[in-house]
Every structure is written in structure tokens, then in C-alpha cells.
Design a protein. Structure first.
Length: 139
């Protein structure tokens, strides 16, 4: 089964995407834990594109493709915003006191921790961030 959405770089798109993934997950009988993780990762990725993907002149065009084969869920978010490979971001400082840490940087960490694989490519003027999650896996 597959789901493809085209989204505006607006906060309202978070609600649209969340509902679409929730409906897909329910129709495919995903475990609640996997549904939560995929939805959280999607929200983080979309929020970053909405917040930082534009160049001031225009907002990026976003698309999301979600598919499932067996117990493997694959999701790809692509946008035509500013090229950015989030996998090059340095790991967050998790050892310092909370008040001493810089703001931000936890989103990419969360995506990597919650998904089984994360890949980035920039192709034909678009950022593509692909994540995969094996249903029921606790990694």
C-alpha cells in the first residue's frame, strides 16, 4: 500500500500529514509504538522544511511518499527548498547541563534514533530524506 501527499510549507500541513499517516497506519494495523515514531519523525522533518527550507522569496514545495512492504515502512519527504543534508549535522551535546546546551540540534538525532535507516540525497533540485522503520522494532 502507498500514500503520496503534496504539502504546502505551512503549519497546517502538519495536521494534514499527521492525519494521513494515522489513517494509513490504522488501515495497515501498525503497532501504536511504530505509529507514534513515524508520526513524530514526519513532524520533525516537515517542521524543519517549513521553518528553514525557504529562501525568503518563496516557500518550498513539499511532497511525502509513504509505503509499506511486509513489515517495512518507507517514507520519503522531498522539497525544492535550500539544499541541506541534515545527516551532516553534528551530534547534539547530551552530556552538558540542559541550561548549558545550545538550542536545537535534537531533531536530526531523534530521526536517527527512532528510524532503522535514514538517507539523504539532493537530486534534480530537490532534497530527498528517506527513512525506514521495521514495524515493531525498538531501535
Amino acid at each position: 500500500m502507498e500514500l503520496t501527499l503534496r504539502l504546502d510549507a505551512e503549519l497546517e500541513s502538519l495536521v494534514t500529514a499527521d492525519k494521513a499517516v494515522g489513517d494509513f497506519a490504522e488501515s495497515m494495523s501498525w503497532p501504536d509504538d511504530s505509529t507514534f515514531k513515524v508520526k513524530l519523525v514526519l513532524e520533525e522533518i516537515l517542521m524543519n522544511v517549513i521553518s528553514y527550507g525557504g529562501d525568503g522569496a518563496r516557500k518550498p514545495d513539499i511532497s511525502m511518499h509513504l509505503s509499506q512492504q511486509g513489515d517495512l515502512v518507507s517514507m520519503e519527504i522531498s522539497d525544492d527548498g535550500i539544499p541541506y543534508d541534515p545527516l551532516t549535522a553534528p551530534p547534539p551535546d547530551l552530556d552538558s547541563e540542559l541550561d548549558d546546551r545550545p538550542i536545537g540540534g535534537l531533531g536530526v538525532f531523534l530521526v536517527r534514533e527512532l528510524m532503522d535507516s535514514v538517507e539523504y540525497r539532493h537530486e534534480h533540485g530537490r532534497n530527498h530524506l528517506a527513512v525506514k522503520k521495521k514495524l515493531g522494532s525498538n531501535e
